[in-house]
Design a protein around this ligand. Structure first.
Ligand code: GRF
Length: 211
């Protein structure tokens, strides 16, 4: 089976990118990271990519704070296409993507989020989970749609919220699960084991019909 070509968009430290690269380079998932793009020039994620021999490109975002300029978004699409990308994985990418991007990569953009969606979309979610008093939080891998952290859910993993948790300790516990389930979700897509029915993402067993 040929490997799924994934383009990863990042803005920061890139620990999820690192987890994906580790599993990919070890041959444990049928995924090739074809290119990494960052909107932030000095993102540590770019160094991780370069150290792994993966093209790592900084494309400045333009004049907005939470989104890309439309012409820059088109440039992102062009660069991803130039590298043969079939699936775009957001890994700590801090900008909202617009309809044109999502149309260019239809049902082919995924994201990792550090809460059990649909609880706590958006930012600063570990603090919000603690302050709300939930007993469990976790990580979610989901398809990206035009809303904020609202697309169909592919995989989730739960962790307990402990009485003495700070946002940092909870984030660290969730991150362990992020690093486990993000590569797993990419592998499910690479193996074409996923069907989307409305909001539901159905997983076919490995040996099931049509696999
Ligand atoms: C992760 O917690 C991810 O869930 C969120 O942003 C953070 C990125 O961390 N979307 P890293 O850059 O992968 O280390």
């Amino acid at each position: 089976m040929s490997r799924l070509k994934v383009g990863v968009l990042v803005s920061g430290r890139g620990s999820n990118l690192g987890a994906i690269l580790d599993r990919s380079l070890a041959g444990e998932i049928d995924v090739e990271v074809a290119v990494v793009i960052s909107d932030v020039a000095d993102a540590a994620a770019l160094d991780r990519a370069r150290n792994a021999g993966v093209p790592a490109i900084h494309i400045p975002p333009g004049r907005f704070r939470t989104k890309l300029d439309p012409e820059i978004e088109r440039r992102y699409v062009d660069v991803l296409r130039e590298h043969g990308v079939e699936l775009v994985a957001l890994a700590g990418f801090m900008r909202v993507l617009h309809e044109d991007f999502l149309t260019a990569f239809s049902r082919a953009v995924v994201n990792i989020h550090p809460s059990l969606l649909p609880s706590f979309p958006g930012l600063d979610v570990q603090r919000k989970a603690i302050e709300h008093g939930v007993k469990w939080s976790g990580a979610t891998v989901h398809f990206v749609d035009s809303g904020v952290d609202s697309g169909p859910i592919i995989l989730q993993a739960a962790v307990p919220v402990l009485d003495d948790d700070t946002p940092e300790t909870l984030a660290a516990r969730i991150l362990v699960e992020e690093h486990r389930i993000y590569p797993e979700a990419l592998q499910l897509i690479a193996q074409r084991r996923i069907t989307v029915q409305g909001r539901r993402v159905l997983l076919r067993p490995t040996e099931g019909p049509g696999s």
